[in-house]
Design a protein around this ligand. Structure first.
Ligand code: SF4
Length: 225
């Protein structure tokens, strides 16, 4: 089904409200500090959150959960601590590279690094960092620094394409802009909407055999025939 931009805008807002009504406030992202959120955004690449939690706990026990500590410690020790998150050698390298950027000019935290930069400039610098793509950069900006930016993930693409809002191969930036045009520019709305999409994807919109019969968005499919 092909929708016009205007219809898509209304549809995205309707989806957001249905998801919010179903789950209520989700208070994402889990993490005790902006640094823990930024580190978790890298560790969660290509793995389930339970594995990230184990890696973060190991980092906490070894007092590695800060950018100065990541920079100081040996990459092998860091990689061993984050082993549960998978791709641990690569992720250790990514954390080291980000830590080097964060700690330049006497910075210590991701907040120091982002301070004083426009969202566009901060995003560009994050995306230019090896191992950080748009989804990770936007997760850091939205959840660690309350920037007004929407995070697109695989669940967003799946749900939007199944509801005719976008095609399965619509690119990241197009979907992000569609959502940012559709819902009010408030980071708490973007925060909650992305969290709700992740929950909906896990609970109902499985890759195979989506559970449309009990899904809060099921009636939208029935309405469209
Ligand atoms: S499970 Fe069905 S109704 Fe729910 S989001 Fe996926 S496609 Fe839509």
């Amino acid at each position: 089904m092909k929708t016009t931009n205007e219809t898509a805008v209304l549809f995205i807002e309707e989806i957001r409200i249905l998801i919010r009504n179903h789950y209520g406030p989700l208070f994402w992202w889990p993490g005790d500090s902006p640094d823990e959120i930024a580190i978790g955004a890298i560790l969660t690449q290509n793995t389930a959150w339970q594995n990230v939690e184990k890696a973060l706990n190991n980092m906490k026990k070894k007092k590695l959960l800060s950018f100065p500590a990541i920079l100081e410690y040996d990459t092998v020790i860091l990689a061993e601590a984050i082993r549960p998150s998978g791709y641990f050698n690569q992720k250790a390298k990514k954390l080291k590279i980000l830590a080097k950027k964060v700690c330049q000019n006497d910075g210590k935290t991701i907040t120091d690094f982002l301070k004083g930069k426009s969202t566009a400039a901060a995003r560009k610098q994050l995306i230019e960092t090896w191992g950080i793509g748009p989804e990770t950069a936007d997760s850091i900006l939205l959840y660690a620094d309350n920037r007004r930016i929407f995070v697109v993930d695989a669940y967003t693409k799946r749900i939007f394409s199944r509801h005719g809002i976008s095609a399965p191969d619509t690119d990241y930036e197009t979907i992000r802009e569609m959502v940012e045009n559709a819902i009010p520019p408030d980071s708490s709305d973007y925060n909650e909407f992305h969290a709700g999409i992740v929950h909906l994807g896990k609970d109902f919109c499985h890759r195979k055999n989506p559970d449309c019969g009990t899904c809060p968005l099921g009636r939208l499919l029935r309405q469209s025939g």
